[in-house]
Design a binder for this molecule. Structure first.
Ligand code: NAP
Length: 488
């Protein structure tokens, strides 16, 4: 692949991780790569572009040479590993043993393991790929690195995607050498410790948004529950009781009734664990006791739950904009107009309804605006520019304002419907009454915690005060001494 790709991108002076210019070592070391696949090609391109001298070892150099930048030398494996001190092993684990014939030439050199196992392989092997490579080549120093960078990201360069290169090895000197190379290539090395961490490093690319799994399942579960409930009330009930076909409501209208329910309940679930934690601290009279695991996990997932709430609220706004575009809506309007004419009524204007709608929409827009602010400030780049007090003001105080606005939005939507019998379809209460339960409990609890007797005690606890003045714990098997006390 000759042309633009094989020219050094930043030949003599390199852009460092912090944007400043970093000097390339005057005599760029020769780097070897074993393997000629996708990763090897991208790595060679980046290394050449960063001013390194690259030699690629292939089982069939003639076939693969044309795929590499012309500045990279492509040769047989034996020849490729003879002179470089650093050799990247860009082959899959199952082929490591085929490299054993090179053991003598590789002795004393640094082998960089870039491999990623599949999920099955990761579960199957107790030993990481890097540790396995180290066991096959005991005379070499193995460094685990670059596995979290995709071939595409390597080729595109560190401008796009993740810049972090996680590095681990039992040899600090080898780790330093590879860290410097990573930095010279424009990446940010991150020391992950000894080679024993390789298993953890290899597991990283296998994860698919781990912190989003539970919140996403929760949101989907809520969506299914509310959708079913709304379907029974808005579609099934009229069909069974009045023989009215309202199945056309399923794709848009029922979805739009469901979305705000999910968004609203999720928003309350962001603030509920905080209330539970405060109640627990008040009851225990200390902050130095661990919360139960389920509460701890819940507290840690608040950001994701909040962002999902924003996502559902946004969808609700978009769906609401589409409501007047529906053909069914136009027919309803025309039918209403015809009814008006037949009844000889010239003007349809219900003052109460007009006011309710104006206030309801305005509160909805304000709540969505507030949620957008919360979502934007949870982005790391924005959050990093705020100090702790500013961040907590936005997420805690303004977040609670968003919950209050959403509650008022829901109340103005429901208006008097909760007290009208005809809105209890199949004896099921209107959906909005169900969604109000949790937020009302939270608002009530918040009000309680603001009472001076509770808020003063909570503030004291959060500043380290304890009910008994000390944490008591028992030493295992220490029955004679009984309880020891300690200020944690
Ligand atoms: P690939 O395209 O299949 O290349 C693998 C290379 O291994 C082959 O081209 C082959 O080169 C070489 N090889 C050496 N001995 C072999 C043998 N006995 N049998 C078969 N092939 C042998 O795979 P890849 O995508 O470049 O991945 C290579 C390594 O990088 C893997 O460990 C992978 O987990 C890791 N990695 C890849 C990416 C990515 O985005 N692709 C990202 C991170 C890590 P010769 O035929 O020239 O010898």
């Amino acid at each position: 692949m000759s042309g633009e790709m094989d020219k050094p991108l930043i030949s003599r002076r390199l852009v460092d991780s912090d944007g400043s210019l970093a000097e390339v070592p005057k005599e760029a070391p020769k780097v070897g790569i074993l393997g000629s696949g996708d990763f090897a090609r991208s790595l060679a391109t980046r290394l050449v572009g960063s001013g390194f001298s690259v030699v690629v070892g292939s089982r069939n150099p003639k076939r693969t040479a044309g795929l590499f930048p012309s500045l990279a030398q492509v040769t047989f494996q034996e020849e490729a590993v003879s002179s470089p001190e650093v050799i990247f092993v860009a082959v899959f684990r199952e082929h490591y043993s085929s490299l054993c014939s090179l053991a003598d030439q590789l002795a004393g050199k640094i082998l960089v393991d870039v491999s990623n196992p599949t999920e099955k392989e990761h579960l199957q092997h107790r030993q990481s790929n890097a540790e396995y490579l180290a066991s096959l080549f005991p005379a070499c120093t193995v460094v685990k690195a670059f596995n979290v960078i995709s071939a595409w990201a390597l080729q595109a360069g560190p401008r796009d995607g993740n810049r972090q290169v996680l590095i681990c090895s039992d040899q600090p000197e080898a780790k330093r050498t590879i860290s410097e190379m990573a930095r010279a290539m424009g990446f940010t090395p991150l020391d992950m410790g000894s080679l024993a961490s390789a298993r953890e490093v290899e597991a990283i690319p296998l994860r698919l948004l781990p912190s989003w799994k539970v919140p996403t399942l929760l949101a989907l579960g809520l969506f299914v529950c509310f959708y079913t409930y709304n379907f029974i009330r808005d579609v099934l009930q009229p069909y069974i009781r009045k023989d009215e076909n309202k199945f056309y409501k399923m794709p848009l209208s029922v979805v739009n009734t469901t979305l705000p329910c999910v968004a609203y309940v999720l928003l309350s679930l962001v603030y509920l664990p905080g209330m539970l934690a405060a109640a627990l601290q008040l009851r225990r009279g200390t902050k130095y006791q661990r919360f139960p695991d389920w509460l701890d996990h819940w507290l840690q997932h608040r950001k994701q739950i909040g962002l999902l709430s924003f996502f559902f609220a946004m969808l609700h706004a978009l769906y609401s904009f589409c409501l007047p575009l529906r053909r069914s809506h136009r027919y309803d309007l025309v039918n209403l107009a015809v009814k008006q004419v037949l009844a000889n009524k010239s003007r349809l204007w219900v003052e109460e309804e007009v006011w309710r709608m104006e206030i309801y929409l305005s509160l909805g827009v304000l709540a969505l605006g507030m949620l957008s602010l919360l979502a934007v400030t949870s982005l790391p780049s924005i959050a990093n520019s705020l100090n702790w007090k500013e961040f907590s003001f936005v997420q805690s105080t303004l977040g609670f304002v968003a919950l209050m606005l959403s509650t008022m939005h829901t109340l103005t939507y429901g208006w008097t419907r909760a007290f009208e019998e005809n809105h209890y379809k199949f004896y099921l209460p209107p959906t909005f009454t169900l969604t109000l339960l949790l937020p009302c409990v939270i608002i009530l609890a918040k009000g309680l915690f603001l009472l001076p007797c509770l808020s003063r005690r909570l503030t004291k606890i959060r500043r380290g005060w304890e009910k008994d003045g000390a944490v008591k714990f028992m030493l295992p098997g220490d029955h004679t001494q009984g309880e020891k006390t300690s200020h944690v």
